[in-house]
Design a protein around this ligand. Structure first.
Ligand code: GDP
Ligand code: MG
Length: 177
């Protein structure tokens, strides 16, 4: 038993970034509350949600920030990115245009945040197999080119949602601890 270890605290700010309607709010709802909203409007976005996780016996708090829909107007402010140590950069595998926006979001993230933000490229809506417009190989290639982690998820059927957040949190822990 070590008193220092007991009181050591980790709080990681992680931001959700990407075009409107790619599923950012539902990824967070699935991860934090195991909920899904079939017809969600941007109003379900909360400012942030804190999730606890244990890594190597340490309690980690991930403070995950979601937009309230301002990305529709490209009006995400620098306050949103400030202090972020991790990011999920989300596109919708069934809408090519959202994948083509990734470069702009990455640029915005790098402009507004400090140092090295651990970033996961997330191809969401992997359940929409018949409507796929971006292949897994294309997603992976972009991630490799930009030095990002990569995963495909579905907030609808839950696949890989926990893994997406957990990987980012573990990697941050690995860098900061
Ligand atoms: P945001 O604007 O990026 O926060 O996107 P939302 O989370 O509000 O989701 C936009 C729409 O996509 C909603 O109608 C969701 O129900 C739907 N959606 C979100 N994630 C998924 C998913 O993984 N699969 C499918 N089929 N629909 C999803
Ligand atoms: Mg939202």
């Amino acid at each position: 038993f070590n008193a220092d270890e007991q009181t050591e605290n980790y709080l990681f700010k992680i931001v959700l970034v990407g075009d409107s309607a790619v599923g950012k709010s539902n990824l967070l709802a699935r991860f934090a509350r195991d909920e899904f909203y079939p017809n969600s409007k941007s109003t379900i976005g909360v400012e942030f949600q804190t999730q606890k996780m244990e890594i190597n016996g340490k309690e980690i708090k991930a403070q995950i920030w979601d937009t309230a829909g301002q990305e529709r107007f490209r009006a995400v402010t620098s306050a949103y990115y400030r202090g972020a140590v991790g990011a999920l950069l989300v596109y919708d595998i069934s809408r090519r245009q959202t994948f083509e926006s990734i470069g702009r979001w990455l640029n915005e993230l790098q402009t507004h945040s400090d140092m090295n933000v651990i970033t996961m490229l997330v191809g969401n809506k992997s359940d929409l197999k018949d409507a796929r417009e971006v292949s897994t190989a294309q997603g992976r290639a972009l991630a490799e080119e930009q030095g990002l982690f990569f995963i495909e998820t579905s907030a609808l059927d839950s696949s890989n949602v926990f893994a997406a957040f957990q990987t980012v949190i573990r990697e941050i822990y690995g860098v900061l601890s």
